[in-house]
Design a protein around this ligand. Sequence first.
Ligand code: F6P
Length: 545
Amino acid sequence: MPTREEAVAALKRHAETEAPKDLRAAFAADPGRFAKHSAQLEDMLLDWSKCGVNETTLDLLERLAEACDVAGRREAMFRGEKINTTEDRAVLHTALRNRSNTPVIVDGEDVMPKVNAVLAAMADFCHAIRGGTLTGATGKPITDVVNIGIGGSDLGPAMAVLALAPYHDGPRCHFVSNVDGAHIADTLAGLEAETTLFIIASKTFTTVETMTNAQTARAWLTERLGEDAVGAHFCAVSTALDKVDAFGIPEDRIFGFWDWVGGRYSLWGAIGLPIMLAVGPEDFGRLLEGAHAMDIHFRNAPARQNLPMMLGLIGYWHRAICGHPSRAVIPYDQRLVRLPAYLQQLDMESNGKGVTLSGEAVAGVSGPIVWGEPGTNGQHAFFQLLHQGTDIVPVEFMVAANGHEEKLRHHHELLLANCLAQSEALMRGRTFEEARNQLLAKGLGETEAAELAPHRVFSGNRPSITLLYDRLDPHTLGRIIALYEHRVFVEAQLFGINAFDQWGVELGKELATALLPVVETGEGAERRDGSTAALVNHARRLAKR
Ligand code: F6P
């Protein structure tokens, strides 16, 4: 077996020599190309045939995966080994959705009974709130839920609640994350205290944004309903149960999770409470089942048929071998509007690292910049750059064969046609000859056609992956999220980094804490660097403090 370095070197040589550069020709030469470069789980199809890879590329990528022991590390994760070495923690978001209920052992203890107990407590709570038997302090049923959290305690539930809008039959859900007072002020402006439930969601229960918003929400509620109403209008989700107690939230309204669940991997348990309130425990269960189906597939399917493995290997190819710095995720699904933001945290907080597992500087690169917007909107904004810009951005499309709006079938067909057309256009491009002939056919003269043609040339050979599935239901959403979680894992193993810590968020937090009194009083500004001092002083002058 080659070493990691040898496997990477072989891939780089291959990229310069044999890897397909002309995708039109590659499709023309091999009618079996799509079959060789796609894989399926249930109805869900992953197509990477429009990327510049051939079977040798995949062989070499698999050799790298072997050299990095991706399969061994995957087993270590599922078995509950402490693969998050810098925090000495197991990584077991998969246990939260382990619908097979097989034992998962951490420190000699099977965690499944406590996972199931929290899910059961959440279900009881949701049934009571949704059924109106658990009311606000004045006896009115809860109509609105405000989740106060940030990062992993916000993005997952906010994304999933939107994605599952057709399944909503519970209270309306709102999400407040930003410490900017505008966020909570605008949210509360439309709400009645008597019918509002707040969820304070924070793994650590120390995050300054969440604690600040929680105190503001508490003051808003007590001003209207009095101190005694807090218990009936708040609940909490945290691993720090002692800290929640001090807020005045009764024990039976606290839903726990554990340090072996990373914040950005946490929507499958108590952090998913807003999702369960919105769609009900049954559909929440279907979300977990979808993710579990992807877990089983990831653990067992051979590499070429393994969706997360292939998405990870191709992602690594684009980032580390081809050198593309970013990737765009473009869901052709308006309800997945927050998926790119969710994936930004999942991917960039996990794989945006500069040192390897052993603390040495990463040789080469680590995770890419992830960004995106739903199609078709993106087409009328940044797709110009995707098609003709000087940087190559691999695109990841996702689209359902069926929408939920039966009466608007035509909309969905347009959506699907646009999605497929974009990947076709990126791959095929348009040659100078084709552009010129098109212009001539429109009646332009030779000179004018020759002048305009260069502007209408598309280089083509721009890579894209397409994920196509039946319908965006809870099961499918669970599969999509788990697919991306595991792809991030695969890429982390290839980069040789720890995907499960996030030390890079610390310095800014420390400096913000230190700067707060400077902003408040102006004292000590002169001890900061010249820029920071001048900005503080200018802001204070404008704020007239
Ligand atoms: O600052 C980053 C981070 O720690 C994320 O990893 C996490 O999801 C988020 O803050 C929120 O943390 P908490 O759930 O502890 O409030």
